[in-house]
Design a protein around this ligand. Structure first.
Ligand SMILES: [Zn+2]
Length: 149
């Protein structure tokens, strides 16, 4: 008798818990999860000294910084979601063997990023002008570099 009662009571309790846990987990995940792009943008922001956190609107804060190419002002939400048209720039393009290492990533306005893609990244590897651009951007990234807080 005892084992059976304990088992039934246990079954009811765990049944109730099973009904609650998945939905609360789902809510937590939806609220807390950042996309890969948001996480990458925040990681670049943390290592780019042009970005400062400041009040934005409605009591929210945002990151204010500069395009790696043209120094245009860029705004990225505290959650890593771009507010202005900020894009992730591969300094040495992936098609030329560039990696996702933070040193190879910068934040560029959408216009500069697509211009570089069309005008330079599409050139064959070793193209003199494309190599110059990559070296210039890499130097600029190093100059702006800060250790993440
Ligand atoms: Zn730009």
């Amino acid at each position: 008798m005892w084992p059976r009662r304990v088992h039934l009571s246990h079954g009811r309790v765990s049944g109730g818990a099973a009904g609650r846990v998945p939905s609360s987990l789902a809510r937590m995940t939806a609220r807390g999860k950042l996309s890969a792009k948001q996480r990458t943008l925040l990681a670049i922001v943390a290592t780019d000294s042009t970005f400062e956190r400041a009040p934005y609107r409605d009591g929210q804060e945002a990151w204010f910084g500069k395009c790696l190419h043209c120094n245009a002002h860029l705004v990225i939400g505290a959650d890593g979601e771009p507010i202005s048209r900020a894009t992730i720039e591969h300094i040495l393009p992936q098609c030329h063997g560039g990696t996702d290492a933070l040193e190879n990533l910068g934040i560029a306005c959408a216009r500069c990023n697509s211009e570089k893609g069309v005008r330079h990244d599409s050139k064959r590897r070793g193209d003199v002008r494309a190599t110059e651009i990559v070296e210039k951007l890499a130097a600029k990234r190093r100059k702006r570099w800060r250790e993440p807080a």
